[in-house]
Design a protein around this ligand. Sequence first.
Ligand code: PMP
Length: 364
Amino acid sequence: SVTPVSFTLNDLPLRDDLRGRSPYGAPQIDVPVVLNTNENPHPPSERLARALADAVAETAAGLNRYPDRDAVRLRHGLAEYLGHGLTTANVWAANGSNEILQQILQAFGGPGRTAMGFEPSYSMHPIISRGTGTAWAAVPRTADFRIDVDAALAAVAEHEPSVIFLTSPNNPTGTALPIADIERIAAAAPGVVVVDEAYAEFRREGTPSALSLLADHPRLIVSRTMSKAFALAGARLGYLAAHPAVVDALQLVRLPYHLSAVTQTVALVALDHADELLGAVADLRAERDSLVEWLRAHGFTVADSDANFVLFGEFEDRTEVWKALLDHQVLIREVGPPGWLRVTVGTPQEMTAFRDSLLRVTGR
Ligand code: PMP
């Protein structure tokens, strides 16, 4: 056999700093109600699926050639979508914002350097950091999941991080950061500051995007994705906005032709249909707000959310609740501080299934 049982990962010449680590692992389980990875529940319309297929067919006729290495048309379209006076030179795109973050760490992190985040937050920030040999410094959030800016500034002075992650709205808590807090941390940062705005389109009224800070902060990077509000997680398209010098830096580490011609085509068609793809965002925000209200009315503790998911608790044994919900064919996510669970906002039918199951499971 080519897979003798006696040989394991431990027998490989794996890097010492990767030994004992766990991979990213949101369970992919086939149940009717999937509310565990913060996707948009609405698939593309038949009309859009047809437009995508037609455009891909056209692209297919030229697949003997490498794609546009610099994805210029797509970056131009993304810059137009973002507004704020941004141009093609300010924007970079990659296979999901995870690859954007990896390229940032390849360019600005690395051995002997430190990246910092405010936890609980997105689990891939430390995983990608360590994958690039970057040390990870975690600073705890307050009990209500805010960033204590004074504590943040002290940690920045202590660790001198080359990369600081500010996730807003934060995953898994849903917490948006006040712009003034981002500015204070950016002013003190010795390296680059990445505002991970994967959930930006779901913010409530009155929370501006960090895009408004870019003009005055050349070491600030705002990372975005088409995976959430744009309902395009399967296409794998993430992007960032920053000073053109940041984009120049990322060209040093990106693989040539990293963004396939098919991906670029799909993302361009998606931008052409942005109104349709983003059409459900208002409904999802309303559904989120009513879910928060409903959970509170039923005695759960709920974190304020500016995203398309809600963190709620607190449970003595959250694993038991998670498993019991799965028995009811409802998959949510066991993530965040002990005692809490995270549920993605789905369709009204999915939320009804979630609410009914949660009441049965918890006996409320
Ligand atoms: N940032 C945050 C905060 C996320 O929650 C996610 C997805 N869960 C990502 C980035 C990565 O998303 P993608 O690679 O699909 O763009």
